[in-house]
Design a protein around this ligand. Structure first.
Ligand SMILES: Cc1cc2nc3c(=O)[nH]c(=O)nc-3n(C[C@H](O)[C@H](O)[C@H](O)COP(=O)(O)OP(=O)(O)OC[C@H]3O[C@@H](n4cnc5c(N)ncnc54)[C@H](O)[C@@H]3O)c2cc1C
Length: 378
């Protein structure tokens, strides 16, 4: 790390924010990451659960894996570095499709030619490591509720969701579109932390991005599901299920501590199914009764494949209200940059609705901030 010169706040510890923070720190800019959740990762989260009989389980209940287009050399270089540090590994299992109309597996081994990468031992491992690099201070469980530009001192002032002063910063990177969109208001009833209209005439360009929801179902089985010949399944002709993954088949998962766990699976609902449930129940936090109903319905659909699927000893659903952005809005720029106020906006919604897009956006936001800081030294 070069000599530390100035402070930037990064809002969000998902992969775009974590990548951005780590690059800033490596370039001598001290960073504070603010994350409203208890831990890092955002939609690359890893969740610990305990079964009724006390077994410790853990699931990647967000992104199950990611790929990188081999022509995307910038992102590939950062991936290679993570692989050599042991933060990620290739998931080499066989993938394929299952067609509900014929009740048959199809296209086995033909699902994509790019390498599938996973974080080790969980998808959040990458963000966790990046958020703890030298020069990065991370504050988890601290959501930002207000971001104000102070013209007289040429700085940003941040306030936490519960109204406490979170500090002054020369630059801000926000990596979640909810920090400036009406979805924040739908969920919290409060105005979004950043009022783009008061900050920049670019506000009109930075559109509201609709999101696509998804329910994830975490399952633990006593015995391996030996009737299923593959470890990643995309479903065709189902209105309810889109994917199923054998989580415990990923590299670095079943440690000796988890030896009694046997086999873990994560199922993903279709967007249509999730939209239907949310249109009835609303945006607020789902009740446990609703999550139980969703868990039953997703599992019933899994069993209706006709494959031999035993009852799991653990079954729990999670709602992702905004699993994927429905549009990418930054084009070739890959992020938004408001130079006069050193504000960067990044995330998957800027480039493409996946981990690769989020990494590329976070890298570009860091490049903009580094250049901006050099142009306006203290
Ligand atoms: C079910 C599911 C399946 C997926 N499958 C795949 C896949 O197969 N392959 C793939 O490449 N991608 C997949 N994705 C998408 C991938 O996870 C995302 O594209 C990527 O993780 C987005 O990263 P991000 O940094 O842009 O946003 P996020 O991960 O959403 O990070 C934003 C962070 O900001 C935090 N935050 C928000 N507001 C505040 C605030 N006011 N104060 C403090 N913190 C705040 C949030 O808590 C969050 O941690 C999947 C996602 C889901 C949910």
């Amino acid at each position: 790390m070069a000599g530390v010169v100035s402070k930037v706040a990064v809002i969000g510890s998902g992969i775009s924010g974590a990548v951005c923070a780590s690059i800033l720190a490596k370039n001598g800019i001290s960073v504070t990451v603010f994350e409203s959740a208890r831990g890092p990762g955002g939609r690359m989260s890893h969740r610990r659960e305990t079964s009724e009989d006390g077994r410790e389980l853990s699931f990647d209940h967000g992104a199950p894996y990611f790929t990188v287009n081999s022509k995307n050399l910038e992102v590939q270089s950062i991936i290679n570095e993570w692989e050599s540090r042991g933060l990620i590994a290739e998931w080499k299992e066989t993938f394929g499709s299952f067609d509900f109309s014929t009740k048959k597996f199809v296209n086995v081994d033909e699902e994509g030619s790019n390498k599938r990468y996973v974080g080790v031992p969980g998808m959040n491992s990458i963000c966790r490591a990046l958020c703890h690099e030298p020069g990065v201070e991370s504050r988890f469980g601290l959501g930002i509720g207000r971001v104000n530009w102070l013209e007289d001192i040429d700085m940003w002032s941040l306030t936490s969701l519960d109204g406490h002063d979170a500090g002054h910063f020369r630059g801000v990177v926000t990596s979640d579109k909810n920090t400036f969109s009406s979805r924040f208001t739908n969920v919290t009833g409060k105005p979004p932390p950043i009022d783009l209209n008061s900050i920049s005439d670019m506000a009109l360009q930075i559109k509201e991005v609709p999101t696509i929801p998804c329910f994830a179902l975490m399952l633990a089985f006593e015995q391996p599901l030996s009737s299923i010949p593959i470890k990643g399944i995309s479903f065709k002709n189902s209105e309810v299920l889109s994917w199923a993954y054998c989580d415990s088949s990923k590299p670095g998962r079943l440690t000796s501590r988890l030896v009694y766990v046997c086999e873990l699976w994560v199922l993903h609902s279709t967007a249509e199914y999730a939209q239907h449930i949310i249109s009835q129940a609303g945006f607020q936090k789902p009740s446990s009764a609703l999550l139980t109903k969703v868990a039953e319905e997703l599992f019933e659909e899994f069993q209706s494949t006709g494959l031999d699927i035993s009852q799991p000893y653990f079954k729990k659903a999670h709602r992702w209200g905004g699993a994927f952005p429905a549009a990418s809005i930054a084009g070739e720029e890959k992020c938004f940059w408001i130079a006069q106020k050193r504000l960067a906006i990044c995330g998957d919604f800027c480039v493409s609705p996946n981990v690769e897009g989020a990494i590329g956006s976070g890298m570009e936001a860091a490049a903009k901030v580094i250049k901006g800081m050099r142009l306006t030294p203290l």
